[in-house]
Design a protein around this ligand. Sequence first.
Ligand code: ZN
Length: 92
Amino acid sequence: MSAVDADRAAWLDGNALAGVLEELLGAEMTAGPRACHTCGGVHPVGAHRLHRGAGFVLRCPQCGDVALRLAVTGDRRVLQLRGTWTLDVPVP
Ligand SMILES: [Zn+2]
């Protein structure tokens, strides 16, 4: 396995978070854009790189900076978002 393959094996794409983001934020988020506060790149949330460890970290596909942190502690889930996320939902 090359170093590039090993790097790719370490992360999933952001679409893997679709269910939990919809549960927490009440809308499908992965197709929406996120603007990175570090590099200025604008990419769909689903195109970001998801790393799993003690929790989840979503990183900018352009510069690698942190876009989201999700920690699960007992009966709590703690979500931190960075950059500009756009939530676009119809009026009920
Ligand atoms: Zn970036």
